[in-house]
Design a protein around this ligand. Structure first.
Ligand code: NDP
Ligand code: 8G0
Length: 456
């Protein structure tokens, strides 16, 4: 094995490292936030483990392998021409082909995709499956567009993206604004261009290679992970009030699983406001919401109108009294002042369904006040894990049953929790610092692969 000639770690501090990165990317606030959260635990870990010294691991981990950006020109059904930006950030492929979702949202830019791609590398490592990390998408806004326009955009987007992806190279999936409908159109276009019917995307329809439980996996997985955390505390879901934010894919299935376990889901939301359901959502109300969101593509306000719930226009759920919180919408949706209010209101655990929904200062506050906090790279890893199993099923040319996939999801979430305990348990009181555990466990596997594979 090659050995590093210089041992530079003596002077490695988080602030010095971050200052250099801030100078290089001063405007990429989300990326810097994600890297800082990681380095706050991983740099001290490197410093105290000589086997990781001298390889410039932090520098090598924060720079993506490549960032592809392209123009997407398309014509809508009325004949008007539009131009959007398209991206794929291929971050790291040390342990497997690039893997990660595509986001269609007006806020998409290099900063957002680099934060998501960076997180994806360590999340995928935690799943124990062989997947590298990537993310992509466009500033295209699907909201209010016709199916025809969505199809036209997806086809134009894939006409460029197809050059960079492949089942053993890079396997995209959905994310915000990209669900089953969009994956169908993207897959159709990929097949048309390449004449290949392969596992190049995950989240596909069941009739053309999709996996059972993939739509449910992120939301269910987050609740399974919470179950592991709560078991350790002797806590139960039964009768507990839960805040859920968002009303998209992750929020929908986190809510369903919470209802099944006897918890009271007292909120759901979208970017316009929050519906407050003081007695907890019933299964019938959940089923009505699923049709509203997935068939009629309606707003959450309509749920409040239909069932006579209070609608908190322009507000997030964090002012409502509850026991547990499951932020499942988007990044930085819980600020420091939200966190203060949540703690005052008695919230005892925060489990991330979304990616980086909690600002770093709020993460620190939860930690200092003893609120159990699970970072998304551990608690929302169920989605990409089942995408990994969709890839396995595609290459084996078979489909596992719903029960089989659900059992594998439970096992994977339990395993991720075990890894967090292994690296995050505090010696003094055996409490678990899940930020420390998830980041170090994710890091160790990537670092070992990086060192073994040489300087490339
Ligand atoms: P969807 O597009 O299905 O739903 C997104 C939800 O979040 C919608 O309710 C949307 O409301 C809301 N939302 C989006 N952007 C904002 C914003 N800027 N402010 C307020 N609300 C917003 O996406 P998903 O459910 O798939 O993804 C949600 C989160 O989970 C994201 O962080 C994603 O990266 C993460 N995630 C998703 C996985 C998956 O398998 N889908 C896997 C792991 C993580 P509106 O309709 O008003 O925009
Ligand atoms: O399946 C995936 O690769 C995927 C899709 C959307 C989001 C994520 C994630 O882990 O953030 C993964």
């Amino acid at each position: 094995m090659y050995a590093p000639t210089k041992r530079q770690e003596k002077t490695y501090t988080v602030d010095e490292f971050m200052q250099k990165l801030e100078q290089r990317y001063p405007l990429q606030k989300n990326y810097l936030q994600a890297v800082r959260e990681f380095m706050e635990v991983v740099i001290p870990f490197i410093n105290s483990n000589p086997k990781y010294h001298g390889y410039k691991l932090p520098e090598r981990l924060v720079e993506p392998d490549r960032l592809i950006s392209f123009r997407v020109s398309w014509t809508d059904e009325k004949g008007e021409i539009h131009v959007n930006k398209g991206y794929r950030v291929q971050f790291n492929q040390n342990i497997g082909p690039y893997k990660g979702g595509l986001r269609f949202h007006p806020t998409v830019n290099e900063d957002i995709l680099k934060f998501l791609g960076f997180e994806q590398v360590f999340k995928n490592s935690l799943t124990t499956l062989p997947m590298g990390g990537a993310k992509g998408g466009s500033d295209f806004d699907p909201k209010g567009k016709t199916d025809n326009d969505i199809m036209r955009f997806c086809q134009a987007f894939m006409l460029e993206l197809y050059k960079y992806i492949g089942p053993d190279r890079d396997v995209p999936a959905g994310d915000i604004g990209v669900g089953g409908r969009e994956i169908g159109y993207l897959y159709g276009q990929y097949k048309k261009i390449t004449q290949q019917h392969v596992g190049v995307l995950t989240g596909k329809g069941l009739s053309f290679g999709g996996s059972l439980i993939r739509p449910e996996a992120t939301g269910y997985g987050a609740v399974y992970f919470a179950g592991e955390m709560f078991n350790r505390q002797g806590w139960e879901f039964e009768g507990k009030k839960c805040l859920v934010s968002g009303s998209g894919n992750v929020a929908q299935y986190a809510t369903e699983k919470l209802i099944d376990l006897g918890a009271k889901v007292v909120s759901m939301s979208d970017s316009n406001g929050t519906v407050f359901m003081p007695e907890g959502m019933t299964r019938e109300q959940w089923e009505w919401m699923m049709i509203l969101k997935n068939e009629r593509r309606g707003r959450i306000e309509e749920l409040a109108e239909h069932f006579g719930f209070v609608y908190l226009e322009g507000q997030r759920p964090w002012g409502i009294k509850a026991d547990f919180a499951f932020p499942c919408a988007t990044q930085n949706e819980i600020s420091h002042s939200d966190a203060v209010q949540m703690i005052e209101n008695g919230v005892k655990a925060v489990v991330e369904g979304a990616n980086m929904p909690v600002e770093l200062e709020a993460v620190h506050l939860f930690h200092n006040k003893g609120v159990l906090y699970a970072p998304g790279k551990a608690s929302n890893a169920g989605g990409v894990a089942i995408s990994g199993l969709e890839m396995t099923q595609n290459s084996m040319r078979l489909s596992w049953t719903r029960k089989e996939v659900d059992e594998k999801l439970k096992d994977i979430m339990r395993d991720i929790h075990d890894q967090c305990v292994k690296y995050g348990a505090e010696a003094q009181d055996n409490s678990v610092n899940y930020v420390k555990g998830a980041n170090i466990a994710g890091f160790v596997k990537i670092a070992d692969a990086l060192i073994t594979q040489g300087v490339v």
